[in-house]
Design a binder for this molecule. Structure first.
Ligand code: F6R
Length: 616
């Protein structure tokens, strides 16, 4: 939540800052602001509520003086409404100092009281301004920006990444992080800071993640990193694997449209290099230690939102393949229920951003209790993978649309690979069975391409449904989490009330919702899998149809059993039942996007949301 960028160097600073904010706008988009130290040596800033474009338009009309040191921020409000005055940067020390912040300074009330007693005034309702005023106060007291910054940071409690500039130190940006992300971009005669590498990928691919409780100072000539006590530390450098163009719309009307079409690549790239014809080898799992796979007695998948539904799909497969009990827990529930964790428990977190605070806290909790941890993550250098025992990156490429699509299919893919490797090592699947599943995984990208062809048909369907007050989704077995995901996509994108149910639950209550014309999507399992499950879902369709539901079935090609009862049938290619979810979710992603689009909504940046939920 909140995107941060910092730049020192000879480029057009405003261009670097606004470009970095544009590529991080998915992190928060209720207000934005910038501050620069001008070539004349003074600090200038601008900030506006609304999307980044409002700030850009304002700066076009009222440009700041050119400078070569600057910071920028795009906000997702925590303290104080999204109005101009609450936007960042916040100024202090008589306007000579500017600070931006991602996170929450939890002890702001106490610091504010102290600052009020010291005679300072506040313009905004934010915790960030309290931080800025404290820093300004300490600069005045100590006469040294660096010393004051270290003192201020040591006072902050909660979660924060802060960046600050001071006009008396014109070529310097100071930054610190605690429980919130910060990455460094290394240039030649210039350096960058960002919440993620998207902030500066256009200019450099050399990056490093700043560790927990570390401070950074960047100047055009160099970067120094220390702990909060000022002791120098080494940072882990990495090369960014994707280009700036990967985070552009590339001619698509929205990032979401682009990312849905990238579903096939997300699967293919996640599988690539991790399989042979007959075996799975995820080299990254080696860091778990030799016997972990054999000795694991229980797997807990932890995640939030869409990532948790990926976990729910995969739980069926991993448990069946590896014969290990697998459960899925929402990260924010997990650590408050005093779970039973032993050294034989493997906790696998699933997070696109790798920064979701609830999931990070759950991972730390699991580690404290002695579990081994694996991170399934799509973002290089993010906090959750860095703190986990092993990392299995999903290679979906940058996901910019706030609602997750391609990362979801990549998460299921990575979890399936993990499940197959466990089955292989534990001898619970034969080589032939492993080979068959690998071949299923490898055939998925081509099959998703076929599903994508249903786009125009779904667009039509969506246009008819713009007035629907509610849409229901049903599924059984691996189709159940897909129903949940279909409902979530529709809620967040089209602001329509949507519910996903396990089809077996219908008669236990939800069937009361069915009335004449109620649209219900049904994810129909393959008749080639469990015939029993298939026929039960067909019966469920009959039951809701008899009560007036308008049924849209997602069924495999050739499944004629649904035809007499469904108003619409969306076809997906034949796949092994465990692999069907990866195909069945695609029409639901397209449906939510098209319906939101038909309602004139912003599909990339739905209201009230932010992509990276870095506060609890
Ligand atoms: C929904 C969506 C969210 C995320 C959730 C977890 O479309 O994107 O539900 O899945 O906030 O985010 P990550 O995967 O970054 O931990």
């Amino acid at each position: 939540m909140c995107g941060i960028v910092g730049y020192v160097g000879q480029k057009q600073t405003m261009e670097v800052l606004l470009g970095g904010l544009k590529r991080q706008e998915y992190r928060g988009y209720d207000s934005a602001g910038v501050a620069v130290i001008t070539d004349g040596g003074s600090l200038e800033s601008a900030k506006k509520s609304g999307k980044l474009q409002v700030l850009v338009d304002h700066l076009t009309a009222h440009p700041l003086t050119a400078g070569h040191t600057g910071i920028g921020h795009t906000r997702w409000a925590t303290h104080g409404a999204p109005v101009d005055v609450n936007a960042h940067p916040h100024l202090a020390d008589g306007g000579k100092l500017a600070m931006i912040h991602n996170g929450i300074i939890e002890n702001f009330a106490e610091i504010k009281q102290e600052m009020l007693e010291a005679g300072h005034e506040f313009l905004s309702e934010t915790d960030t301004e309290v931080g800025a005023v404290l820093l300004g106060h300490l600069v005045a007291q100590t006469g040294d920006f660096r010393t004051a910054f270290a003192q201020a940071v040591n006072r902050f409690e909660g979660a924060f990444t802060v960046l600050a500039i001071h006009q008396d130190s014109p070529d310097l940006i100071l930054a610190a992080r605690h429980n919130s992300p910060l990455v460094i971009g290394f240039g030649d005669g210039e350096n960058f800071l960002g919440s993620d590498v998207a902030a500066f990928v256009e200019y450099t691919h050399h990056a490093a993640a700043v560790g927990q409780d570390q401070m950074v100072a960047i100047t055009p000539e160099g970067v120094t990193v220390t702990d909060f006590a000022g002791k120098a530390v080494e940072v882990e450098r990495f090369e960014i694997e994707w280009d700036a163009s990967a985070s552009d719309k590339g001619g698509w009307p929205s990032f979401m449209a682009k990312e849905i079409t990238e579903n096939p690549d997300a699967v293919a790239n996640t599988v690539r290099g991790r399989v042979t014809e007959t075996a799975v080898d995820i080299p990254e799992l080696a860091t778990l230690g030799a016997d972990t796979i054999k000795n694991t007695q229980r797997i807990i998948l932890i995640a939030c939102g869409t990532a948790s539904y990926a976990g729910q799909v995969a739980a069926y497969a991993i448990e069946q393949w590896a014969r290990i009990p697998v459960e899925v827990q929402l990260s924010h529930e997990f650590r408050y229920r005093d779970p039973v964790i032993t050294p034989q428990t493997l906790v696998v977190s699933i997070s696109q951003s790798g920064e979701t605070m609830d999931t990070l806290m759950a991972v730390r909790y699991a580690m404290e209790k002695g579990a081994k941890t694996v991170s399934i993550c799509n973002t290089q250098g993010a906090t959750i993978p860095r703190e986990s025992d092993a990392i299995v990156y999903t290679h979906a490429g940058p996901e910019v649309a706030v609602a997750s699509t391609k990362a979801f299919v990549a998460q299921i893919t990575a979890l399936y690979l993990l499940g197959l490797q466990f089955a292989q090592v534990r001898g619970t699947l034969s080589e032939k069975e492993i080979a068959r599943n690998i071949s299923e995984l490898q055939s998925l990208p081509g099959k998703i391409e076929q599903v994508l062809l249903v786009g125009p048909e779904i667009r039509q369907l969506a246009k008819w449904m713009t007035e629907s007050p509610a849409v229901l989704f049903l599924g059984r077995h691996v189709g159940f989490p897909i129903a949940l995901e279909g409902a979530l996509k529709l809620k967040e994108l089209a602001y329509i009330h949507a519910e996903g149910f396990a089809a077996g639950e219908l008669k236990h209550g939800p069937i009361a919702l069915i009335d004449h014309g109620q649209p219900v999507f049904v994810v129909v399992p393959s008749p080639r899998g469990s015939a029993e499950i298939h026929s039960k879902v067909v019966s469920n369709i009959q039951e809701i149809r008899a009560r007036g539901a308008r049924v849209i079935a997602i069924a495999e090609q050739g499944d004629v059993a649904v035809l007499p009862y469904a108003d619409e049938v969306i076809r997906i290619p034949l796949a092994d039942p465990f692999f069907e979810p990866i195909l069945a979710v695609v029409p639901l992603q397209i449906f939510a996007m098209e319906l939101a689009d038909a309602k004139g909504l912003d599909v990339d940046q739905p209201r009230n949301l932010a992509k990276s939920v870095t506060v609890e």
